[in-house]
Design a protein around this ligand. Sequence first.
Ligand code: ADP
Length: 464
Amino acid sequence: MPETPEHPAAAGRRFETVLIANRGEIAVRIERACRDLGLTAVAICSEADKEAPYGKTMASFLCVGPSNAAKSYLNQDAILLAARLTGAGAVHPGYGFLSENAAFADAVEKAGLVFIGPTASSIATMGDKIAAKRAMMAAGVPCVPGPDTALPDDPASIERVALEIGYPVIIKASGGGGGRGMRVVPEAGQLQEAIALTREEARKAFGSPSLYMEKFLEHPRHIEIQVLCDDHGNAVWLGHRDCSMQRRHQKVVEEAPAPGIAPDIIQPVGMACVEACRQIGYRGVGTFEFLYENGAFYFIEMNTRLQVEHPVTEMTSGLDIVQAQIKAAQGHALDLAQGDVACEGHSFECRINAEDPDTFLPSAGVITHLALPQGPGIRVDTHIRAGYKVSPYYDSLIAKLIVHAPTRAKAMARMCEALAGTEIEGIATNIPFLRALFEDHAFARGETDIHYLEQWLKLRRTAA
Ligand code: ADP
């Protein structure tokens, strides 16, 4: 591959050591990308993670605080101090924790370090749902019907907005996130109470009473587009994923590509995302999330970070998204154009969680036995080993099982085998639930909507 040309903007953005401000499987994944790029990886940990096996392979592994994430993985001052002590030139935030915190991105850059992600201003724009919607509409990205402005205060004007959109509508807090600060309003009689409740919630949880309203789509699928951009105005999209299999707004299984979507339908949406990235000066990796219903796409939000499900796109595109993200942060120009992106075959990811397969209650404890599946088209991203103690303090994700095969049916069959070949003892996992899901006929046919999994679980419970 030819050397990418040096650009004046790149000066000052080079680094040799990356501080990983995260934990678990994503810390391991980022460390691998650093190693492949010839960079040194150092990481932080909390008291609870001090003995994590990946700590031994990092050049430094610094404990920055107690188990409580607010005092360790979210402790910005301690993380910046750790960066200084370890000689890091850059900080990779992973996903969750501080990854979409504009103030943190700003503090990292102000400390003279490189934040491996977009600029603080891109994060702030996309973190405000109204600002994000406005930016997307300006770039020609299709959005959910509804105004790109905050709702007025007087009840009569609010009612007019709802009537114009048509019931059912959804009220959202502009500063909301994580599935909170939203309320569906099926009909006019419930509007004012919903507004009052959501406004109060928004004020308390997000520090701003600003709300907006849009059409509530009843049977959408969740389809997202992965983008990759540099500091030089280059941007590409790397195909699409379907993440409709959700429980309580949490993704459980992801796949690439989204099944049954004709290329000529998704192509203009992908190009609009790329255009939006150029317009907002976006850098690094990001994901545009859409609801898809009756053949149309509706933008809901942009995630300005690496996502849990990035591996399915790596499997189909053959690209290393984490390496590309780090190189973009270093100021390198992209070494591929849109025409070089060729997605092949089909990939699934299952999130293996330490939780009861029926009640979904978290399960902490020591892993007494571990056997992971192997073979062509099988990848496991994990930080666990036999003897590893799963702590109760964090997210229950302990591994991601990813498969790739020439067709969707073959990828499903491969996932069934891979799940059957995964043995984790000592704690409960959701593997039995995932195995049952991969036997489901409607899922096998594809095109199940975002409510399918909850309905499937309800039916299973009543049948049991
Ligand atoms: P958050 O930032 O809190 O995750 P999102 O805007 O991404 O909020 O929405 C979270 C979820 O809420 C979506 O994945 C979808 O299931 C549902 N949702 C959001 N907007 C709509 C809408 N207009 N119609 C139907 N469902 C929606």
